[in-house]
Write a protein that binds this ligand. Structure first.
Ligand code: NAD
Ligand code: MG
Length: 346
């Protein structure tokens, strides 16, 4: 077996004394917030959810049996303040709660953007950490309930107590991440790889590949339905195979014809030009160009974002796909079982 270049931490590596007597404020009750709050609460940690008086999430948090306060009250009471509102909202929320951070408290994030790009400048006498499950929140919750875990990352930006890493590991244990494995990274590495991955490969790269493939077939006279199945629907099956057994597992499962065709043609489609574009995209992440663009876009009320979203929603493949998915019951079932078995390691 290959040696990992980094340590993977599991349940036994976490010392719960670093969190068991503490109060954790969870600011925000969205994707990550509801999962962290409920998992920590069930694992015996004192949790208070910080939400504005007019927040529509207040009822949901109460119905889930959690204590709710305003963000300021929650932060005042807490030893660990976990900032789980959207990244674009975090700087404003931080201004509201900064005076409630006592020396030795922890300001914690699930993504490094605002710290790495200096949108939040924390006081010098608090610990600043990151605990980031590598998964959407609903799976963090579902995996916790089923006894599995969700792989995660921890990072320490500022360690005034000398215990920041131990506390982050204990928190990761509390939300179930050490069941699956936790890797230590830095705020810079987490932020830059996360942004690059979602732009070049996961969200941006893959949707562009799908749309270009679909358009190529439709423009050549093939039916949109066939193009949808070939270029979008089947992608899930291929990705599932890669997820389970790597690229080799996928190549093994497809026909020899598919393998030969893919091996000879794939690098012609995504070639050295795409690679150069990827390097540009990475540079824009590294030098702050992307961060600046996104921050300004938000300040301006998201004009380009809205336009691009609308164009994407109006693409033909969405119309064809929507109608086809309605005809096929398996789309709903797939939704419930999409969670491929995550490697649990207790
Ligand atoms: P989200 O979009 O689900 O929203 C979080 C919650 O914040 C909302 O439900 C609401 O309670 C509150 N909120 C929304 N707007 C607000 C406002 N204007 N003022 C005050 N509160 C407001 O957020 P999320 O996706 O859970 O992201 C939280 C953090 O977790 C981010 O830093 C994100 O990068 C990180 N993260 C998310 C994921 C994911 O899959 N969603 C994965 C890893 C890390
Ligand atoms: Mg405090």
């Amino acid at each position: 077996m290959t040696d990992f270049t980094t340590t993977v931490y599991y349940d036994d590596d976490a010392d719960r004394t670093h969190i068991d007597d503490k109060t954790v404020a969870i600011l925000g009750y969205g994707s990550q917030g509801h999962a962290h709050a409920q998992n920590l609460d069930e694992s015996g940690v004192d949790v208070v959810v910080g939400l504005r008086e007019d927040s529509s999430s207040r009822d949901a948090a109460r119905e889930d049996g959690l204590r709710v306060a305003t963000p300021t009250e929650a932060a005042a009471e807490a030893d660990i303040v976990s900032v789980l509102v959207p990244d674009t909202v975090q700087p404003a929320v931080f201004e509201e709660i900064r005076d409630e951070l006592d020396a030795g408290d922890t300001l914690q994030f699930a993504h490094g953007f605002n710290i790495h790009y200096n949108q939040i400048r924390p006081p010098e006498d608090v610990d600043v950490t990151l605990v980031a499950p590598k998964s959407p929140g609903h799976l963090v919750r579902r995996n916790y309930e089923s006894g599995e875990g969700t792989p995660g990352l921890i990072a320490v930006y500022q360690d005034t107590t000398g215990e920041a890493k131990e506390e982050a590991l204990a928190y990761a244990h509390g939300i179930g991440c050490t069941r699956a494995g936790v890797i230590q990274t830095s705020f810079r590495e987490e932020t830059e790889t996360d942004l690059f991955g979602e732009q070049a490969v996961l969200c941006g790269g893959v949707t562009s590949l799908v749309k270009q493939g679909y358009e190529t077939l439709v423009d050549a006279g093939y039916s949109p339905e066939m193009a949808y199945f070939e270029c979008l629907n089947e992608l899930k099956l291929i990705v599932d195979l890669m997820y389970e057994d790597g690229l080799g597992g996928m190549w093994h499962s497809v026909s020899d014809t598919a393998e030969f065709g893919g091996l000879t043609r794939g690098d012609r489609v995504v070639d050295e030009h795409s690679r150069e574009r990827m390097e540009e995209v990475l540079e824009e992440v590294q030098d702050g160009t992307f961060a600046r663009e996104w921050i300004l876009e938000n300040q301006a009320g998201r004009p380009s974002y809205s336009q691009l979203k609308e164009a994407e929603e109006n693409h033909d493949i969405e119309d064809v796909g929507g109608r086809l998915r309605e005809l096929f019951a398996w789309a709903d079932e797939a939704d419930d079982t999409e969670k491929a078995e995550a490697p649990a390691d207790d």
